[in-house]
Design a protein around this ligand. Structure first.
Ligand SMILES: C[S@@+](CC[C@H](N)C(=O)[O-])C[C@H]1O[C@@H](n2cnc3c(N)ncnc32)[C@H](O)[C@@H]1O
Length: 215
């Protein structure tokens, strides 16, 4: 793990815990906490980990006995049992490579984050773009009944993107794990029980979701 620059980070409990337990990122604890709350990953599951580098979430998935396919723009040091694809989740080519490894996955997790500019709206919109790319991939590869977790930076599009995704899951919720920093704008969408929204009866107000379902 790179040394944290800010004093606040150096005092961060999860940073030192990650170092002590051999996790590559403090983010590992967010997945551990979400898994404890929502029971997302089981032994033998095929997990697709988007925005995976440096690999904390992939390490956690391996501990649960899952098979992992990890994707990132940046390189990632090898982890036993993890197949790594270097690529952009916005690109069709990356989706093709993901499907070449497995046609279906039990769970898609995405912790991808844009480069932070410090400008709230720009960071929010770039993060929403990543959410939509991750969701587009999830719709193509998730098995019926599968789970989906995706990070976003909160802002004006948050509720809209929630409405787009909600018909596709039996259970859906926004969640903020304790390991997320208090000052952070990040929040996770947790969707369980994936279903094709084709058979969904769209209600008034679900127009965004209908558009997505028809794509
Ligand atoms: C917060 S880190 C992920 C940490 C990881 N979950 C862990 O536990 O180690 C966010 C990652 O998203 C990746 N990322 C951002 N945009 C991406 C994109 N368009 N395609 C693939 N990866 C992307 C970044 O390269 C970065 O490694």
């Amino acid at each position: 793990m790179p040394k944290p620059r800010r004093t606040q980070d150096r005092q961060d409990y999860y940073y030192w815990e990650a170092k002590r337990k051999g996790y590559r990122s403090r983010a590992a604890f967010k997945l551990l906490q979400m898994n404890r709350t929502f029971r997302l990953i089981k032994e033998g599951d095929k997990v697709l980990d988007l925005g995976a580098s440096p690999g904390g979430w992939s390490q956690v998935c391996r501990e649960f006995g899952a098979e992992v396919v990890a994707v990132d723009l940046n390189p990632m040091k090898p982890i036993e049992g993890v197949i790594f694809i270097r690529g952009d989740i916005n690109d069709e080519e990356t989706l093709k490579k993901i499907k070449e490894v497995h046609r279906e996955y039990d769970i898609v997790i995405c912790d991808a984050a844009p480069k932070i500019t410090g400008h709230w709206t720009i960071d929010h919109l770039r993060s929403i773009e990543l959410v939509r790319s991750a969701f587009r991939i999830a719709r193509q590869v998730l098995r019926p009944g599968g789970n989906f977790v995706v990070k976003m930076f909160q802002g004006e599009e948050t509720q809209r993107v929630f409405r787009e995704m909600k018909p596709f899951f039996r259970f859906k919720k926004f969640h903020s794990p304790r390991a997320s920093r208090k000052r952070s704008a990040e929040i996770y969408f947790v969707g369980k029980g994936f279903r094709r929204a084709r058979n969904y009866v769209f209600l008034k107000g679900d127009e965004e979701a209908r558009e997505v379902a028809e794509q």
